[in-house]
Structures are given as structure tokens and as C-alpha cells.
Design a protein around this ligand. Structure first.
Ligand code: NDP
Ligand code: ZN
Length: 365
């Protein structure tokens, strides 16, 4: 066991506080990572607040992790001690089901689904059809911590062209927006709509622009319009019925990152015939939808979950090659509770990233 420390919530209405704990020794196929930076995803807040009704406490979030390899198991071939590496939302999967064999681990259909970097398996043993606990873990601790251990093939090499703190959010926000754009075939010249300009929205616009798409962002925040224009995209206020009406039947693809239940019908109206609105933000029941618009123009409303390990590798390389990355604000971990309040208010430009060197103050305490 390795002594470690992180920040965790003890229940749904608690603040995150320091929590000393022990990490397992790396197994032969595993890598031990000294965490350098960890992004703050809105999902961390949903999970800490138990907004998906599945949180296991203590809850130590963090799935946009970049650090340095400290130790490797005997069988590890992909990484070396000293490498700068990343871990996203998953640290394992069943490796046997059809999606896993097709390299779609993020859609693992094993009895426990994939093993999330924090909050344990996506399907906990008590909910698994066979009550399986194939990972031997009920509650994993994420990257708001000093040390992380993961199997080598769920650990990503960070391209040398990306600063570690900039690479971190690409491991969730980047791949979550890249994967659906690839899946639905976004290409140069397409008209792409992005709904919500936060951590995911910022990456979505940059990725779509780099793919050569013409991009329009729907935002509720007038004060973000300049930043949207600065990325070569068009900004439309989501309450502006006239401006939205002008886009009827005009988008080849839309990606909706709004983190709450909302009405998607106005966006469906703006899709071209045969096109798709992928909703990645609201992982909960949506407002009642009107199927008429979809029937009349063969439109689809879909969902998408993060991305595979191969897509994560690809988006890291894509960002390095195109010189793009998230706009970040680096904070010490002691500011995490304030950061959560700011994300909930929509008052962050556009991703907080925790500098884990700040944990040294807790270790010394
Ligand atoms: P942020 O809070 O950084 O951004 C969300 C943006 O949505 C806001 O900045 C805001 O942009 C807009 N928005 C519109 N309505 C609301 C509202 N009622 N409350 C808050 N924001 C609103 O979140 P992230 O980008 O980190 O994450 C977005 C969502 O995606 C979260 O729900 C997260 O859990 C989910 N997610 C899903 C994944 C998946 O695999 N499907 C993976 C990762 C995250 P504006 O001011 O421009 O309107
Ligand atoms: Zn995330």
C-alpha cells in the first residue's frame, strides 16, 4: 500500500475536505502515477452532490488527470518511469464483451460495465445481473489526489506538444466532444451547432473549427459572445427566438452540453433533414419532446458517453497537431469548494484545473 491524500466529500451536502488514504500497490500490468494536475468537470459536481442517485461516499472525484509515472509493474510495456501520462474517466473495463472487443470500452456491457476512475464500477455489484464484482472494488478514488494507479492500457501518453495542465481537460471534455463529432462524421464545410459554452462547449468549438466546420454556439450568456467570436464561431443567445428561427433546418450536426434538464425541441428544429442532435450534457430525463419535427424530417436525438481509449489517444494527438486546448484557470486544491460554486453559477472561463502540488500543504499538516 502507498500512502496518499486527496480531497473528498463525505455526503451529498458536504464540502470537499482532505482525506488521507492508501492506494493499492501497482499490479504487474499497472502504472503508479504522481498526479500533477486534475481538471474540474461539471460531472464531478453532479457526482459529489449525488445528482445521479448513485454516489458512494466518501466521494473523491477527478477524471481529467495528468501526472508522472513513478513506478511500473513487471509486465508494463507502454509506459516508462518519468513519462508524463493521463487518465480519463475509465480505469478498466470487462475486456470481453462485444463493445470492449470493438475498442468501445466506454460502452462496456460486462456485468459491472466499465470501472470509473472515481465512484467505482458504472454498474455496482449490488445492481449487476449476476451480483458480480469483477474489479474487486466498490468505490474508486479519482484524481483529486496525490497518487493514482491504473492498468497501462487505460493510461494515455501525453504528446510533448501539450502542457500537462492543458492536456488534463482533454481527457474528458475533449474526448466527450470529439467522439460524437467523429461518430456522426463532422467534416470540413459542415454547419455545426454547439449548445452551452462551458468546459465541454469550449473544446467542442475548437475541435469543430479545427475539423473545418462552420460553427454556431447557442449560449444564455451575453458576456461570452466575444470569446465565441474570438474562436471564429458565431454566437446566438438561446433566448433569441428570431435568431434561432433564422437557423431552421440548417445544421448538419448539433452537440448539446447543457448540464440540466431542458427543452431540446428548439434545437431539433434547427437540424437539417437526416441530421442528429447529440445530447451529452443532461444525463437525466429531458423535458417532454415533440416527435413531430423528427418524423417530418427524419431527424435524430441521440446521446454519447465520453469516448474510447483509442479516441482519447486520437483527440490528444489532434489537439497537439492543431495547437488547440482548453482555456484553463489553475487553482490550488484548497480553492476547490469555491470553484464548484463558480461552475454551478456558470462563472468559469472555461475549465478549472487543480495544481496538485498544492496538496503538499495538506501532507505536511
Ligand atoms: P460547464 O458547467 O462547464 O458548462 C455547461 C454550460 O452549459 C454552461 O457554461 C452554460 O453555458 C450552459 N448552461 C445552460 N443552462 C445551464 C444551467 N441551467 N446550468 C448551468 N449551465 C447551463 O459544464 P461541463 O461543460 O463540464 O459539462 C457539461 C455537462 O456535460 C455536465 O452535465 C456534465 O456532467 C456532462 N458531461 C457528460 C459527459 C458524457 O460522457 N456524456 C462527459 C462529461 C461531462 P452558457 O453560459 O454558454 O449557456
Ligand atoms: Zn468529465
Amino acid at each position: 500500500m502507498t500512502k496518499a491524500i486527496g480531497y473528498a466529500a463525505q455526503h451529498s451536502f458536504s464540502r470537499l475536505k482532505p482525506l488521507p488514504f492508501e492506494r493499492d500497490e501497482p499490479r504487474p500490468n499497472e502504472v503508479e502515477i504522481a498526479v500533477m494536475f486534475c481538471g474540474v468537470c461539471h460531472s464531478d459536481i453532479h457526482q459529489v452532490r449525488n445528482e445521479w442517485s448513485n454516489t458512494v461516499y466518501p466521494c473523491m472525484p477527478g477524471h481529467e488527470v495528468v501526472g508522472r509515472v513513478m513506478r511500473i509493474g513487471d509486465a508494463v510495456r507502454l509506459h516508462m518511469v518519468g513519462d508524463i501520462v493521463g487518465v480519463g474517466c475509465m480505469v478498466d473495463s470487462c475486456r470481453q464483451c462485444e463493445p470492449c472487443r470493438a475498442h468501445d470500452e466506454n460502452y462496456c456491457e460486462g456485468p459491472n460495465s466499465w470501472l470509473a476512475t472515481y465512484n467505482g464500477p458504472m454498474v455496482p455489484a449490488k445492481m449487476a445481473p449476476t451480483h458480480a464484482n469483477m474489479y474487486g472494488r466498490d468505490n474508486t478514488y479519482g484524481g483529486y489526489s496525490s497518487v493514482l494507479v491504473a492498468p497501462e492500457d487505460f493510461v494515455l501518453s501525453i504528446p510533448s506538444g501539450l502542457r500537462p495542465e492543458v492536456a488534463a481537460p482533454i481527457l474528458c471534455a475533449g474526448v466527450t466532444t470529439f467522439s460524437p463529432m467523429k461518430h456522426w462524421g463532422v467534416k470540413a464545410g459542415d454547419h455545426v451547432g454547439i449548445v452551452g459554452f462551458g468546459g465541454l462547449g469550449d473544446m467542442a468549438v475548437k475541435l469543430a473549427r479545427a475539423m473545418g466546420a462552420e460553427v454556431t454556439v447557442f449560449t444564455r450568456s451575453k458576456d461570452k459572445l466575444d470569446a465565441i467570436r474570438g474562436l471564429g464561431a458565431k454566437g446566438v443567445l438561446s433566448g433569441d427566438v428570431e435568431a434561432m428561427g433564422a437557423h431552421r433546418n440548417s445544421f448538419d450536426f448539433m452537440l448539446d452540453t447543457v448540464p440540466e434538464k431542458h427543452d431540446v425541441d428548439p434545437y431539433v428544429t434547427m437540424l437539417k433533414r437526416d441530421s442528429t442532435l447529440a445530447v451529452v450534457g443532461a444525463i437525466e430525463p429531458l423535458a417532454p419532446e415533440n416527435n413531430q419535427e423528427r418524423v417530418m424530417h427524419r431527424k435524430s436525438v441521440a446521446g454519447s458517453l465520453i469516448g474510447s481509449i483509442a479516441e482519447t489517444r486520437e483527440v490528444l494527438e489532434f489537439c497537439a497537431a492543431h495547437g488547440i486546448g482548453p482555456d484553463i484557470e489553475v487553482i490550488p486544491i484548497q480553492e476547490i469548494n469555491h470553484a464548484y460554486r463558480m461552475v454551478e453559477k456558470g462563472d468559469v472561463r472555461f475549465r478549472y484545473v487543480i495544481d496538485m502540488a498544492s496538496l503538499a500543504a495538506e501532507e505536511a499538516a
